[in-house]
Design a protein around this ligand. Sequence first.
Ligand code: MN
Ligand code: MN
Length: 292
Amino acid sequence: MFLRIDKLQIELPRPAQADPESAGIVQELMGGKFGEMSTLMNYTYQSFNMRGKSKIRPYYDLVANIAAEEMGHIELVANTVNLLLDQVIEDSDGATPPLDVGAGTGNPDHLLNLGMGTIPGGAGGANWTGDYVFNSGNLKLDLLHNFFLESGARMGKIRVYEATQNPVAREMIGYLIVRGGVHQEAYAKALSDLSGVDVTKLLPVPEIDSNKFPDARKYMDRGFHRILYRFSPEDYRQIGEIWNGISAIDGTEREVDDGIPEGGEVPDLSPAPPLYAPNVDAGDIEEIAKRL
Ligand code: MN
Ligand code: MN
């Protein structure tokens, strides 16, 4: 079962103004093929379906544990999209329609169907699908897939980071680049333990140091790339049998944190304003009222 904590994994800055274009791009990290819904659902189903759990306990613990962290990642992406859509109606300058869906680059569903909310889909408009889940039942194959998935996810985060300059989006992506790096390394380490082949030598994929991204570097400086959180009061204790030794990234000590990240507040967004037909003003209403 799951315990829910009403916090985000990090504190998100509040945007100076609406940015529906960036909201549309950031959707890729939610429901794109390599988005957070994919990592969440791949590890969740793999953990549900894993047979012989007692025989391969550290691997079960690892996959189940990372699934829990991914649940918090979809929450973080959703809150980022919603922050980027905040004030989108009030910020309209008259040059754009009041319901500015992003001049062709945003996602029209954000405003037309969702009342300023995140969709379970990617930037291209396609909805997330269970077809993105891979679960063969073969541990080595599933771990190889997960290493590949985290590598694709890292590519996606890096590209979305470069596709927006929005500080809210970049703060969130900087954190996810670092946390995704931990997952990529954890699956590489698990494969190394299982096979004797040092898969961590492939790191990082893509071959760009996370320190190159200022919003990721600050989380590296705070050691977030070394830590695997246990995300459970009592369980999943054997993740430390995999997540140990020396970081393949910078030679520091890997560490299991029995707690959760310090986290940040869930933004309390302004309600979506009701929308009126154009060219109706208070004076017109008064005139009509007088005639009745
Ligand atoms: Mn993630
Ligand atoms: Mn991940």
